[in-house]
Write a protein that binds this ligand. Structure first.
Ligand code: F6R
Length: 347
């Protein structure tokens, strides 16, 4: 069985995604210690726009769900060119692009500069780094060398540091410390050295098997479900679906009457902090899907604070998608189609 075979894993995962994933807690600690340059006070915004794509946008999603209540101002993740119409005076635009060469993020950054808005860039360099340096904008330089989706720590924690410079309150230290401790525990539980019999991520990947994964979150974990979908797509090169309760009860639920339901596998992303009604909706959903779905699995978040709960479920999804890649016999690191799109657009 490939998942418990170190040499088989080594043959497929030639770029060492497993080492990067295992180091994720350390990456988060390093990321929390990164400082902007210049490290100065920033104006207090009334709206925060995090502009980025794919893996670089994920930090914005996590920020709005985890820290939204503390910040007291809305966080909008902008996936696209230019700026969203809501961006007016007193908006802080944080452009995030791990490579620095994602045209959408660069265009948002340039539009914010032109509009005279507060700007910050998070990148390892590239065009975004160059534009930020030319304008002496606040810049957090991230360590390079990773696929962006494996750099979530670098793409999230510096957002908290930057926002602390605006005078907004972000997350209590204890909440961050708890999240880092839980990630460390999970790194040991979910890594390849832990056999399938005791490894939740391997178990989930085996349960999903060849079926199409459908990740469902609740009101808080909907963004995590989306992250599961994109991790499965990029790492395992398989189509996946994501949805969230309660919204899917009002539309997508009907699609489970289709004949292909038997080829789908629902993964219910549960959270002890979920609204009691969301808990009831999950139970009803499970009962309705049981007779038609190819399979159903459930995974629970860990910890008390929101950050620990959301990061623990996200990390579980990263490992599950990694093992799905191995089961499919593909290298989790490479994303040739994604790169081909970028190459063609550049050409
Ligand atoms: C690749 C990945 C992608 C990128 C996206 C934007 O690992 O996760 O979703 O994040 O293509 O590129 P960056 O992050 O360099 O701006």
């Amino acid at each position: 069985m490939i998942l418990d075979d170190p040499s088989g894993i080594g043959r497929l995962d030639r770029h060492g995604a497993r080492e990067v994933l295992s180091r994720f807690p350390a990456q988060c600690r390093e990321a929390a210690a990164l400082r902007p340059e210049p490290d100065r006070a920033l104006g207090r915004p009334r709206l925060i726009v995090v502009a980025g794509m794919g893996g670089s946008a994920a930090g914005g999603d996590l920020l709005s769900v985890c820290a939204g209540d503390h910040l007291g101002v809305p966080v909008l993740t902008h996936r696209g060119y230019d700026l969203p119409p809501a961006a007016g005076a007193e908006t802080l635009v944080i452009a995030v692009s791990y490579s620095g060469d994602t045209v959408e993020a660069v265009s948002a950054f340039e539009a914010a500069l032109t509009a005279g808005l507060g700007v910050v860039a998070l990148t390892q360099g590239g065009r975004l780094g160059a534009v930020a340096a030319r304008h002496r904008a606040t810049l957090v330089t991230l360590p390079g060398g990773l696929p962006p989706r494996l750099a979530l720590g670098y793409l999230f924690f510096p957002l908290l540091t930057v926002l602390a410079r605006t005078g907004l309150s972000t997350l209590p230290r204890a909440e961050v410390a708890e999240a880092l401790d839980i990630l460390e525990m999970l790194a040991a539980e979910l890594g390849p050295a832990q056999p399938a019999a005791k490894n939740e991520a391997k178990r989930l990947a085996l349960e999903i098997g060849d079926r199409m994964p459908v990740a469902y979150g609740g009101q808080l974990t909907g963004a995590v479900a989306y992250r599961w979908k994109t991790d499965i797509e990029e790492n395992a090169k398989r189509l996946a679906v994501a949805g969230a309760l309660p919204e899917m009860n009002h539309n997508e639920i009907e699609a489970w009457r289709a004949p292909e339901a038997g080829r789908l596998h629902a993964v219910l992303l549960r959270d002890r902090g979920e609204h009691p009604d969301i808990g009831r909706r999950f139970e009803v959903l499970r009962a309705l899907l049981a007779p038609v779905a190819g399979g159903i699995s459930e995974a629970w978040s860990r910890g008390e604070g929101r950050l620990a709960r959301l990061l623990s479920l996200t990390y579980l999804g990263q490992w599950t998608s990694y093992y799905l890649a191995l089961l499919r016999g593909v290298d989790p690191w490479l994303v040739p189609m994604l790169e081909e799109v970028k190459r063609r657009l550049r050409g």
